[in-house]
Design a protein around this ligand. Structure first.
Ligand SMILES: [Zn+2]
Length: 268
């Protein structure tokens, strides 16, 4: 004889199902609301995500999110963070080895890798031979990991790029070393603690991309996965919130690989 489920159990089951469905709904992004908030145009903008100052402790977490969201990003890595010869033994050596493992994962998962120089100097303020040393040293260390031809580079603080008319020597060094400089069109300001609160960083990106009613922008977005002053620390706030921000960005953005914007680059 088939035992019938008691009505109380069935009611509990049905209630649980309703609760679960409503919880899913609460997590779903309401794109109409998002688009209205930032006055996004009907046509989606095209964005490429980039991350500077790593490799850091949170880079793997960022990679997990990008994998889930099926997004290919670019990581501009600091040479001194993967210069493991600096740390022959001890905890620093162990952490450096971990960063190399993460760097290999970045490459394996199909993202692009560029140089963010060896140390995080303002390159126009360096004597030209010291600027050249930083750029060359990063090239030697990162050569096995570059993913594009020519390899890509992003100057720390954009210094030497945005002011290249006044101080052309830094861009000239990059050119003679065979690098293509990649700037940014949209900046998250995620390094700034004033914005590490709620959705202020998302507001920065959405506001610049959608234009808040004015003409918006397509292009490369600048985020950070590392903290340049610290050997291993990562941008925790960015890594912890990226999973929540990406679906909202997607309401108004199509994510594209770097080569979509830089037609002169080839994948290695
Ligand atoms: Zn930087």
């Amino acid at each position: 004889m088939i035992k019938r489920h008691p009505p109380a159990f069935m009611a509990f089951f049905a209630l649980s199902l309703v609760f679960l469905l409503s919880a899913c709904d609460a997590n779903a992004v309401n794109c109409d609301e998002v688009r209205a908030k930032y006055q996004c145009p009907v046509q989606k903008h095209r964005l490429h995500l980039s991350f500077d100052d790593g490799v850091g402790s949170v880079t793997d977490k960022v990679l997990d999110v990008l994998k889930r969201e099926n997004i290919k990003a670019t990581f501009f890595v600091m040479g001194n963070k993967i210069d493991c010869a600096k740390y022959p033994s001890g905890q620093s050596a162990q952490l450096c080895k971990q960063r190399i493992d993460t760097l290999n994962r970045i490459k394996r998962e199909g993202h692009d890798i560029g140089s963010h120089s060896y140390e995080h100097h303002r390159h126009t303020q360096l004597p030209p031979n010291v600027a050249a040393w930083n750029i060359k040293k990063s090239k030697v260390l990162l050569s096995p990991y570059f993913t594009t031809e020519p390899p890509v580079f992003r100057l720390p603080n954009g210094d030497g790029w945005f002011n290249q008319k006044d101080k052309p020597f830094v861009m000239n060094i990059l050119k003679s070393e065979g690098f293509e400089h990649i700037g940014w069109e949209v900046t998250a300001y995620d390094w700034n603690e004033d914005f590490q609160n709620g959705d202020k960083i998302l507001d920065n990106v959405m506001g610049q991309m959608c234009g808040n009613g004015k003409r918006g922008r397509d292009g490369v977005v600048l985020f950070h996965d590392g903290v340049h002053e610290n050997e291993h620390e990562g941008r925790l706030f960015t890594a912890n919130n990226l999973a929540r921000w990406i679906p909202k960005m997607r309401c108004a953005a199509d994510f594209q690989p770097l080569l979509h914007f830089k037609k002169n680059l080839k994948k290695k």
